[in-house]
Design a protein around this ligand. Sequence first.
Ligand code: CTP
Ligand code: MG
Length: 231
Amino acid sequence: MTAQLNPRGDVAVLVPAAGTGVRLGPGAPKALRPLAGEPLLVHAVRRIAAAPSVHTIVVAAPAADVESVRSMLAPVAPVIVVPGGAERQASVAAALAAVPAGPEIVLVHDAARALIPPDLVESVAEAVRSGHDAVIPVLPVVDTIKEVDAGGRVLGTVDRSALRAVQTPQGFRRSVLTAGHAAAGDPLTDDAGLVEKQGVAVVCVPGSEHALKITRPFDLALAEHLLAAGA
Ligand code: CTP
Ligand code: MG
């Protein structure tokens, strides 16, 4: 059975999922690796599709896996699947180019943040809808942060109170994200960085610990526990 996304929704969600997952260790591309028996990407797409504002989902898949990802996601939600690029930024650009006319709010969400709460999709989208050009979910930094030199010698202690750890989904007015990507230079690790370079004001909303990025084997184990506990 095919889930139906909301045709009156005003949000397109781009899901970069074309990375290899080097830090997770040898195996399939990260987005296709199992979490409680289902690929990370299936978890992410199911949760995004559960957010009522979502009109369209575009997944950037590993180029060799486009067809298998299409079949894998068909029973989960109606999605557009495109081949990703060599860098995350290229994967996002490819997904952005595939968004049909209609949605004027575009969110970018890493497949690696597989346990995204649908409420976080809604709160980021709502902040854009209320008039902000660019919105990022953030958490306070809990560790003390030191600046060090190449030899590991401490240069100083950074004021933690002014720092935030940035998550996805990041949300944008569609024209703002399109302009940011059109002007993109060296690849960055997030999309807000592109629009910051354009002088666009980026605002923060509260993130969620459940939106953790599964990067290393420890994160996958943590995500398994969170799911078992009802996340
Ligand atoms: N991503 C992508 N295209 C790339 C690289 C990354 O779509 N060329 C996606 C990943 O699939 C992931 C998100 O961007 O959902 C965040 O990247 P990251 O967590 O770094 O994933 P990987 O690049 O797969 O992991 P690693 O850096 O450990 O190889
Ligand atoms: Mg990476």
